[in-house]
Structure formats: C-alpha cells, structure tokens
Ligand binder design. Structure first.
Ligand SMILES: O=P(O)(O)OC[C@H]1O[C@@H](O)[C@H](O)[C@@H](O)[C@@H]1O
Ligand SMILES: [Mg+2]
Length: 223
C-alpha cells in the first residue's frame, strides 16, 4: 500500500543502471572517425543524456560537415546497429554495482519508481538485464519530444507516478540530466564524476555508496 506523502524515485538508464554509456561512446567514436571527425571522452560527455538525432547533429557540427538526409538516416541506423550488437550481449551481470540493492530496498518499502531515459532502446535493455518489474512506469525516448536538459521526460514520470516534481528524486549520470532535474525543482543525484556533475544536489561515484541511511537523507532533503 502506498503512503500519501512519500518521495518518488526516477532513474535514468544509460550510465546509471547499466554501463551502456561505454557502448554509446564506442559506437559514436567509430561513426565520427569514419567521417574523419575526432571524438574524445570530452565530446562524449556532451552527448550523454542527449537523443540519437541530436547526438549526430552535434557530431556533424563539431566536424563542420553537411550531409544529405538519406546519409543522416543511414548513419543513425548504422550507429544503432553497432550499439545494439553490444546491448544484445548484455546480461544481469551488466547491472552496475549497488543498483539492484537500491531498487530492491525502494520496492520493498513501497516507494514509487519510474524510468526516465532519452533512449529508444530502454525497454529492450531493461528486458536484457531483467529489471522491468521494478519500474511502475517507463518513460523513454519514444515518448518525449524535448531532450534533456528540458525536464519533459522526468515531468512525465512524475505525472504517471502521481507525485509533484518536488517530491521526486532523480538519479542521473549526465550534465543534461542533472540540469533537467534541477530545472523542474526535483532533487538531483549525480552518479559518476563529481566534477562533471557539480550542479547536482548530491554526488556519488556509484550506487555502492548509496546505503539505506543515504537513501533516508535523500528522502528527507528539501530543496
Ligand atoms: O540511441 P538510443 O538508445 O535511443 O539512446 C539515445 C540516448 O540515450 C541516452 O540515455 C544516452 O545517454 C545517450 O548517449 C543516447 O544517445
Ligand atoms: Mg545516462
């Protein structure tokens, strides 16, 4: 049974629940290099949380390239095909450390949980790692029109969970995602490099640092 004024949790997927961020990086790097555009970790950071279309637009802009719509679509398909070849080899072993423990604790204590991801492959990935049942709602790249840092994806999650943005706690590994949560007055929790995610309300290297006590601190935090 749900208590009335509890907090709710919204999880990003790539780089938060599973380490697919490295697969996106590899596939974008191969694509960029095939176009003679250099692509490092630094550029990659700016693509985290950003949709597939917007990512390719950015890469082409960095390389000062203009291509036809047909070529654009074929590059998008190529990138996704390579990315999915990595995804399809995934298993429950690819769940990042501490994630399962956090999800289990939240579920057992009746906290509402949603997924808020820019990825159009989110459902496929959750199925691969067998985590579907933890999420009451999944909001993914197929359901949103505005990319992070616009908070649309998280606001949709709140609406479905029946909570106010201020009652929501968002876990994110991207600068765009932290900005999106902050833009909506949600509690933002950065997972990853504290220097990169310095705008977050809280920072952790990984879910291994998120104990039950930490979760209580997040729950009690008022923005
Ligand atoms: O190409 P997909 O799976 O629809 O993902 C879109 C975006 O999803 C985000 O979660 C990733 O951080 C981005 O790197 C990715 O480009
Ligand atoms: Mg992410």
């Amino acid at each position: 049974m749900k208590l009335k004024f509890k907090k709710a949790f919204i999880f990003d997927l790539d780089g938060v629940i599973v380490d697919t961020a490295k697969f996106h990086f590899l596939a974008w790097k191969n694509l960029a290099e095939s176009l003679d555009i250099s692509f490092s970790e630094e550029e990659n950071e700016q693509l985290k949380g950003v949709s597939r279309v917007k990512s390719l637009e950015k890469i082409l802009k960095w390389g000062n390239k203009t291509i036809s719509e047909e070529k654009f679509n074929s590059l998008m398909a190529m990138k996704n095909e390579e990315y999915l070849s990595f995804v399809d080899a995934m298993s429950t072993d690819d769940i990042l450390p501490g994630v399962l423990e956090t999800l289990t604790y939240l579920k057992e204590n009746d906290y509402p949980i949603a997924l808020g991801s820019a990825s159009k492959n989110a459902r496929r990935i959750l199925t691969k790692v067998k985590l579907n049942s933890y999420f009451e709602y999944i909001v993914d790249g197929n359901e949103v029109s505005k990319a992070k840092p616009d908070p649309e994806v998280f606001l949709k999650g709140c609406e479905l969970l029946g909570v106010e943005p201020k009652q929501s706690i968002v876990f994110e590994d991207s600068q765009a995602g932290i900005k999106a949560a902050n833009n909506a007055q949600m509690t933002s929790v950065g997972i990853g490099d504290e220097l990169v995610l310095s705008e977050a309300d809280f920072n952790f290297k990984s879910f291994s640092e998120i104990s039950e006590d930490v979760l209580q601190t997040l729950i009690n935090f008022k923005k």
